[in-house]
Write a protein that binds this ligand. Structure first.
Ligand SMILES: NC(=O)c1ccc[n+]([C@@H]2O[C@H](COP(=O)([O-])OP(=O)(O)OC[C@H]3O[C@@H](n4cnc5c(N)ncnc54)[C@H](OP(=O)(O)O)[C@@H]3O)[C@@H](O)[C@H]2O)c1
Length: 281
């Protein structure tokens, strides 16, 4: 599996496995299936309610801990120095692991929910830096951070985030923000790369897929990795889990990349860092 090197020197596979909504036995089975199909990066979050399932699936796969890359995330209602440390310990316990490969702030604090959003993010970040220095986390990063959140964090950060996990799929790919992250040597990881299925009916994607004898899902995932991002599609269906791995035997041309880049807005989740918990449409 191709890997990218993060700004802290650690490697991350370019293709990983999302687990949102895969809970209990479904989550365990999905993770076992993913690992046996060759995925090594598994993405979860405390809010998904499936860290236990992800931990069990990873253990049941029979693959040694050091060969599975585990990401989890600190929920946005738990920001702060002490609460970050407490939430980190709870996640580790649920996952039944003694370190994380990657820990992310799931969403930045915003002015609606925190009196001083800059401080809330900075305090969580300081806790994560300390945990990283103690060897409890290999890489630390953020998710859904806009430029303003990153720049505020840089005021006090000792460590530059290695990752910013963002909504990125055909029809909504936050080009300026991604360019900014690349300039700062922050790897972008794409969430909802298939827009939760909302892009499958698009005629441009369908015709590109047909040309390569691939599915629309495979074209979307390939488009993401050709942008030099990490991608984490979710599926609980064994055949799709396998299909989503088969993206390394074809290449989109520059013209095809451009035509996907130019697709009109579609599939946007409506989730915005500055206005959560409200959904914007
Ligand atoms: N940081 C954040 O704020 C954030 C937000 C959202 C998501 N994420 C992460 O990103 C991961 C991926 O995003 P997502 O789960 O929102 O959406 P997604 O990966 O874009 O789409 C998942 C949906 O597509 C279906 N699917 C998967 N592969 C398919 C294929 N080859 N053909 C047809 N349908 C297919 C799945 O169905 P089945 O499962 O039924 O097969 C599921 O309904 C999440 O699981 C989570 O780990 C992070």
């Amino acid at each position: 599996m191709k890997k990218l090197i993060l700004n802290d020197g650690h490697e991350i596979p370019v293709l990983g496995f999302g687990t949102y909504k895969a809970r209990e036995q479904e989550g365990i089975d999905a993770v076992v299936s993913a690992i046996s199909n060759g995925y090594s990066l598994i993405d979860t979050a405390s809010i998904y309610g499936n860290e236990e399932a992800v931990g069990k699936g990873s253990q049941e796969s029979g693959v040694a801990r050091e060969h599975v890359y585990i990401t989890t995330k600190l929920w946005r209602e738990c920001l702060g120095y002490e609460s970050t440390k407490i939430e980190f310990e709870k996640s580790l316990k649920r996952l039944k692991v003694d370190y994380l490969d990657l820990y992310l702030i799931h969403w930045p604090a915003n002015a609606k929910n925190y009196e001083n959003w800059q401080k809330a993010n900075a305090d969580s970040w300081r806790a994560m830096e300390d945990l990283q220095a103690e060897g409890r986390i290999k890489s630390i990063g953020v998710s859904n951070f806009f430029v303003e959140h990153l720049e505020a964090l840089f005021q006090t950060a000792r460590v530059i985030p290695s990752i910013n996990q963002l909504e990125f799929h055909p029809g909504y790919w936050q080009q300026d923000l991604v360019e900014y992250c690349k300039m700062k040597d922050i790897v972008v990881e794409s969430w909802s790369p298939l827009a939760k299925g909302k892009v499958f009916g698009n005629e441009v994607l369908k015709s590109i897929a047909e040309k390569h004898n691939k599915s629309v899902a495979q074209v979307c995932l390939r488009w993401v990795i050709q942008h030099q991002l990490v991608v984490i599609p979710k599926s609980s269906t064994p055949q799709r889990i396998k299909e989503n791995m088969e993206i390394f035997d074809f290449e989109l041309t520059d013209t095809e990349m451009d035509s996907i880049n130019a697709l009109p807005k579609m599939g946007f989740s409506g989730e915005m860092p500055n206005s959560w918990p409200d959904i914007v449409k």
